[in-house]
Each structure stands twice: as C-alpha cells, then as structure tokens.
Design a protein around this ligand. Structure first.
Ligand code: HEM
Length: 513
C-alpha cells in the first residue's frame, strides 16, 4: 500500500515537473542541451566522474558537443567545454550568469564575507569595486617592491630548507598578502601574524582581531587606512562604506588566501614539475636570463619586455596544468535559451578550463610543456591564444587578482631560474629518478611529484632537485657560479645575502636582511 502511494506521488511529481516545464517560461519548451542519460530522481549524480572530472567532461564533449547538460538530483549543471560557449554565456550574458551557488554552509561557517563566494548583487558589487581599485592593471604597478621581496625571501628559504618547499611558498605569498593588504612588515620566518591568519581562516573566523591575538589593533588601524584610501578613490561617502569597513580586513585577506595564495602556490608547484620534466626548457630560459639580465643581479620588472622565453614559460605554466581546472562555478539567475537549448534558471555553469587550455586546435600537442608555442621569431606570437583568457575565469566574476598574480609568477619564476637549477633527483646508483606528472582532483588541482613506482615524494624530492646553478653550458656555468657566489652565506648569521641588492639604487635595501 505504502509502495503504491509512493509510486503515485513520484508519478505526480514527474508530471508536475513536465507541466511546469511547458508552462512557466517560453524557453522551457526547448530541449535541454545534450548530455548523458539521466536517471529518475538522482539524475546524473551517479555519473559524475570522481577522478580528474575535467578530462572526462572533455571526452564527453566529443559525443555531446561543447555544452553538456547534467542534473545532480534537482540541480541542473551545464558544462562549458569551449571558449566560445564561455564567452557567449559568461561574458556576453554576464548579467544573468554571474551568481554563485547558495550553500548554507558558506554563511554558517562564516565565509559569507568572501567576495569570491558571495551571491551576485549589491554587496558583492561593492566589494568587487574595492578590490578593483587595489588590483586593477595600473594599480598593481605599485606592488613591484613586494614582488621583489617575496622572490628574494623565497630564494633564501628554499636554499636553507628545500624540503619545506610547499610551506615556504605558502609562507612567502601569505606574508606578501599581509604586506600588500595592510602594509605590515612580516618577519622572514615563522611570523605569528601569518600563522594566526592561516589558522583563523581555516576555522572560518569572521573578524580580524580574533584572528591576530595581540596584533588586532595594528591590523584594524591598517585596514581603516586601506578603507580610507578606497573611499577616496571611489569618491563615495565614508558612511556608505560601513559594511566594507566591518568586513574589509577579513575580506582582503580572505581574497588573498584561497584566491591568491593557493592559486599562485599551485602554479609554482606546476613550474617545478615542468622544470624537472623538461630540462631543455629550463636551459633555454636560463640562457635568456644570462643574456638579458646578466649575472650581476637578479631579474627586475624592467627586464620583462626582453625576456620573451620567460614570459612564454609563465603562460605555459598557466596553461599546462590549470590550477582551477573547472574554474569557480557560476550560477544562472533566469531561464535562458542558448543555441536552441533551454538553460534552466539556477543552473550551475562550470567552465572546463582544462579542456579549453588543452584544445589541440589552439595548442597542438597540448599535454606537452612547450613555451615555444607562444613564440615566433624569438618574440611573443600574439596570434596564439593567451591562456590568461581562460585560466582566470570569465565575465563579471573574472579573477580580480590576475594582474597581481601575473607579476608574482613572473618574478618568482625568473628569480628561481636565475639562482637555482631544478634537476631530477638522483638514485643511490647515480641514475636520475623518473618523475611522472600527477595532478590531484579537487577545486584546486595540484602538481605532485611521483616516481614511477607511484611513491609520493613531493617535498623530499625538492631537497635533491633544487641546486645552485652549476650544470649549464660552460659559458653559463662560469657566469652562473659567480651569481651563486654573490648569493653567499653570511658566516655570522648563517643567512643568505645577495650583496648587490643591498644597493640603494634598487630601492630594496630595507628588505634584504
Ligand atoms: C595564477 C593565479 C590565479 C589564478 C589561476 C586564478 C584563477 C581564478 C579563477 C578561475 C577564478 C574564478 C573566476 C570565475 O568565476 O569565472 C578566480 C576568482 C577569484 N580570484 Fe583568482 N586566480 C589567481 C590569483 C588570484 C590572486 C593573486 C587574487 C587576489 C589578489 C585572486 C583573487 C580572486 C578573487 C577575489 C576571485 C573571486 C572573484 C569574484 O567572485 O568576483 N586570484 N580566480
């Protein structure tokens, strides 16, 4: 009896769904985009791939086309596997497709102030505008000194403790974030501020003072200075910024941590992996550095227009193993029609950035790490699609930190290659360990170093693979040794110093300890 009643209820529910589909919106008469057959009630929930789903979706697109429809229980999901579909839906129709998922846990866990997770609307817009003031293409130029400092700090830390590579990366980019956001000088190592910020973020804390025991007043003062700057820039009444005043401290750092630190750290992991696997790429990059920058100093932003190969290498790092392979989910607000298909209101729109950045028409042999693809006659070939058009998402939610991270990646890559050789580790018999690229599944996809036996050897390998440059061609070898001599160990303190950078002309005297 109960089974019959249940069946009746299910049939009514299905009928209601069908009737509703054909009555409430003109678009609902249209078919849904193609996709795998969905099961009653669970939809495609059982089909959703668990491992590296972006690869699976790219495979599916061969059968269903670049716009695929799925349903996980009642949640419609649209996978966009081409740049064209992303441009059409997220860029051109961004007013309808810039919402984010409402996940109660986001609010409950205190992450509701994170602009990256905020619903589309006035609150998000005001935060976004503020960050734009700080992070737009012109504004980021003033952060050059922070990038110099971050790179030099990273070199010193890597030299001392290469096995702590992952921790150093997070520390350095975290410290830079605090310095940029609040103007706070962070200690070279183990600064309590970065530690408590990380801890508090992990716990989802809401207000700055509780994040920074003992340091709250400092942060508050700095965040209000920041606020004042923002308000002046916007020319709006201070009172109107009340909400931002309350949340800005938290939000700035929150944007940097999941938005900026994790992404940048992940790209640098990918860079290390590529350098181990493609030694000829590393050699070309180092030869260019020797030619353009010389050996008397570390790279600077003024060198960038002449470092074509390094620029191409940075682009390839963004493309080869995208850190957010499915981007960050957008959500549609109203029913819509696209290419004759119905896109239901409330659909989750996923950009398959991995598929776009591995499109063989745009990037032949996409699995290969090949910076040369971006070059023609030794200079950047502007006819090749820049991975930045996809890697940072699209539309109104496009990554606001993209210019900042571009500078950060360039300076990190160029500085590391100027000072270190990155080589495969050597086994006890002197043979290089064979390394396989391995990416993790998750919102962030992290490059891991695994040997062919599958042993996870990420941090331990770093001790072996990072060496002061000494294995290049003879010419570079001699000159590089000079560079390394300059990055000498300070006998009294055990610190690595780069003497020529203490020169006041470089403007970095205060940061070289
Ligand atoms: C290589 C480094 C980075 C990559 C690959 C990256 C990528 C992305 C992507 C794919 C999105 C989602 C865009 C969309 O919804 O369509 C995003 C959003 C975001 N990113 Fe980044 N990002 C990077 C660095 C940064 C940095 C350095 C910052 C901060 C300074 C930052 C702050 C943000 C914020 C706040 C959002 C959310 C924007 C919004 O919802 O309005 N990102 N990023």
């Amino acid at each position: 009896m109960f089974a019959i009643a249940l069946l009746g209820a299910l049939v009514l529910l299905l009928l209601w769904g069908r009737i509703n589909r054909f009555t409430s919106s003109p678009y609902r008469k249209l078919p849904l985009p193609p996709g795998p057959r969905s099961l009653p009630f669970v939809g495609n929930a059982l089909h959703l791939p668990k491992l590296l789903p972006w690869r699976e979706y790219a495979q599916w697109s061969k059968e269903y086309g670049d716009v695929i429809f799925l349903r996980a229980f009642s949640q419609p999901i649209v996978i966009l596997n081409s740049l064209e579909a992303v441009d059409d839906l997220l860029e051109r129709r961004s007013s309808n497709n810039s919402d984010r998922l409402t996940v109660e846990m986001i609010e409950l866990s205190g992450w509701g102030w994170n602009p990256g997770l905020m619903r589309y609307g006035t609150r998000w817009r005001r935060h976004r505008r503020s960050f734009h003031q700080l992070m737009n293409q012109n504004a980021v130029a003033k952060y050059e000194p922070y990038h110099y400092e971050a790179a030099r700090r990273l070199l010193r830390l890597l030299y001392h403790e290469p096995t702590e590579f992952a921790r150093h990366l997070r520390y350095v980019f975290g410290a830079t974030s605090l310095e940029v956001a609040y103007g706070i000088q962070v200690a070279e190592k183990d600064d309590p501020l970065t530690a408590s910020a990380e801890r508090a973020l992990a716990a989802g804390s809401e207000y700055i003072p509780s994040w920074f025991p003992g340091g709250g007043f400092k942060i508050k003062a700095n965040s209000f200075m920041l606020l004042e700057r923002v308000s002046c820039l916007e020319g709006e009444a201070y009172a109107q910024e009340e909400e931002i005043a309350k949340n800005l401290s938290a939000a700035v750092y929150a944007v940097f941590v999941p938005g900026g630190i994790d992404t940048t750290v992940t790209v640098v992991h990918c860079f290390f992996l590529a350098m181990v696997l493609y030694p000829q790429v590393q050699m070309r990059a180092q030869e260019e550095l020797a030619r353009v920058v010389g050996v008397e100093r570390l790279p600077r932003f003024e060198d960038r227009p002449y470092l074509h190969y390094i620029n191409a290498l940075c682009k390839e790092c963004l493309r080869w193993q995208p850190v957010l392979p499915l981007g960050v989910a957008h959500r549609s607000i109203s029913d819509d029609e696209y290419r004759g298909f119905h896109i239901p209101a409330g659909s989750v729109l996923l950009q398959n950035l991995w598929a776009i950045l591995h499109d063989p028409k745009a990037y032949p042999d996409p699995e290969e790490f090949r910076p040369e693809r971006f070059l023609k006659n030794g200079e950047l070939d502007l006819s090749v699609r820049d991975p930045a058009v996809a890697a940072f998402g699209a539309g109104r939610r496009i990554c606001p930190g993209r210019y900042f991270s571009d500078m950060s990646l360039f300076m990190t890559v160029a500085s590391i290659l100027q000072v270190f050789n990155i080589t495969p580790p050597v086994e006890s018999q002197g043979q290089p360990v064979k390394i396989e690229p391995k990416m993790t599944t998750g919102t962030f996809s992290l490059a891991l170093f695994r040997d062919i036996n599958g042993t996870f050897a990420h941090a331990a390998l770093l001790a072996d693979i990072l060496k002061p440059s000494n294995a290049l061609s003879n010419r570079v070898l001699t000159r590089r040794s000079i560079v390394w001599d300059d990055v000498a160990m300070q006998p009294s303190t055990g610190e690595v110093v780069i003497p020529y950078l203490t020169n006041k002309n470089v403007g970095l005297a205060s940061i070289i300890k």
